[in-house]
Design a protein around this ligand. Sequence first.
Ligand code: HEC
Length: 153
Amino acid sequence: MKKIVLTTLLLGLSFSAFAEQPIGEYKNWRLLSISHRTDKQTLRAILGNDAAIESARAGKLNPWAEGSILAKVKWKESIHKNWVAAIVPGEFEAAEAMVKDSKKYASTGGWGFGKWQDNNLVMFDEAKSKECFACHMAAEQKNDYVFTHSALQ
Ligand code: HEC
């Protein structure tokens, strides 16, 4: 009986892991770079988990190390209230992710695409990921479909 309960529990856990991964800690990750999208009037911070930062520092960028996760945190651009020439983050928009797993996400360049909701990283289904990937193809295969270059070498 105990065995059945444990198996059911483990199965449940492994199934839910497909849809949702409890990785809300991007706020503790290190910075790769920043960007300012003039077409979207947003500021972005691009952060990486340890695997991504180590991969970037080792110049391992095609492919990025398995397990690398890149976070793109977006804010509407705003003007500093005490210094109008300073563009600063305003309203928070979203925190999106790219997760490197060549086997699991083979159909989208080895990257899974997702988004943090509260503190959980929720991965998109294949159809939605393909929409993300379609634009990331502009970053080119030789860059492993990643636009960002580390600004902190
Ligand atoms: C229309 C084009 C476009 C689409 C669609 C798009 N991205 Fe991006 N993405 C970019 C560009 C350009 C950058 C680099 C500049 C920046 O920060 O915006 C980027 C950067 C990123 C980064 C940081 C790593 C990198 O490649 O530089 C992540 C993570 C990311 N996007 C996730 C997503 C997710 C998740 C989706 C789908 C919901 C998505 N993107 C859809 C254009 C796109």
